[in-house]
Design a protein around this ligand. Structure first.
Ligand SMILES: Cc1cc2nc3c(=O)[nH]c(=O)nc-3n(C[C@H](O)[C@H](O)[C@H](O)COP(=O)(O)OP(=O)(O)OC[C@H]3O[C@@H](n4cnc5c(N)ncnc54)[C@H](O)[C@@H]3O)c2cc1C
Length: 269
């Protein structure tokens, strides 16, 4: 399909690079944290500006290509021969408005990049459990913070403004009062409504957080799940906890002695 595409013409409209399958850099642009679904788009546009995003979306529409956006690569958009994929890493920035406890991000920051600068202001965002999840992909999916969800709800409810390039290539702003239907649809869409180039959202004056994760072998589940359930019921409303079942690298699990110590500690509490 790419043989018939006028990629050279698209190139003249862009500040950022284009990558085709086999090009140096194509694999890096398509690399993801989640390895379940390899990304194999017909073209990758490494957008450097909002105008790049608009040009790429219009080019895709003119050529009958679907558009996908790769953020932090944790969920992974499906891509293939008929798709143009955008990466927004070259547009990444963030501005913290500490007095108003608000952040504006552009492009594709990861939560781990924001946490430290926010902490310097005594602020915390409603990030999830992984520092390399994309801020935008997370917010578009609702965003359930293991630490703050019970006290603050879904992260997407704290979004105040979204800038998005829609399928017609137009740049639009969505807020509670400007394009309110678009604003509603984006918060939970996980990328189906447009290419989001910037998001503004609230953060919270939380100078210290207590949290962490424990990993057990799957054969401990029957023993530990009832203990976790009983312990969770006694937690204060500010605390959140969840259980996940995942494939992990070797060496991540607690050994039997560590589990015994933990159980004793849990029962004593
Ligand atoms: C180890 C791990 C821990 C996690 N922990 C949590 C957690 O605690 N709480 C929670 O709520 N979720 C959690 N998640 C889920 C994660 O938040 C979602 O999968 C999220 O959508 C990932 O976003 P991403 O940008 O990293 O991934 P991507 O796969 O790059 O993007 C996810 C989706 O969002 C779209 N998207 C990304 N950026 C844009 C953009 N700029 N414009 C339009 N669409 C875009 C993509 O097209 C795709 O459909 C976790 C996932 C993993 C793998």
């Amino acid at each position: 399909m790419t043989a018939q595409l006028d990629v050279a013409a698209l190139k003249t409209r862009l500040t950022g690079p284009i990558f085709l399958p086999g090009d140096p850099g194509y694999d890096t642009e398509c690399a993801t944290f989640n390895l379940n679904t390899p990304l194999t788009p017909a073209i990758v546009v490494g957008a450097a500006t909002v105008a790049d995003v608009q040009a790429a979306v219009r080019f895709a529409a003119d050529n009958g290509l679907a558009v996908a956006t790769r953020g932090g690569g944790h969920l992974v958009p499906r891509t293939g021969k008929g798709q143009l994929m955008l990466t927004l890493d070259r547009m990444t920035s963030w501005t913290i408005d500490a007095p108003n406890a608000s952040v504006r991000v552009t492009g594709s920051p990861r939560w781990g990049q924001l946490m430290e600068p926010l902490g310097e202001h005594g602020l915390a965002g409603m990030n999830g459990s992984s520092p390399n999840v994309g801020v935008v992909g997370y917010l578009l999916g609702g965003g359930h913070s293991p630490v703050l969800a019970r006290s603050h709800g879904f992260a997407s409810n704290h979004i105040t403004s979204i800038e998005v390039v829609t399928g017609d290539g137009e740049r639009r702003t969505a807020t509670a009062t400007e394009n309110p239907d678009l604003f509603f649809a984006l918060r939970g869409s996980k990328g189906n409504v447009g290419v989001v180039t910037a998001v503004e959202f609230g953060v919270f004056p939380i100078p210290a957080v207590y949290g962490g994760g424990l990993w057990f072998a799957i054969d401990k589940l029957a023993e530990l799940l009832p203990l976790w359930r009983d312990w969770a019921a006694k937690l204060p409303v500010q605390a959140g906890t969840s259980v996940g079942i995942q494939r992990l690298p070797d060496g991540s699990l607690l050994d039997d002695d560590e589990i015994t110590t933990l159980l004793r500690h849990t029962v004593e509490r």
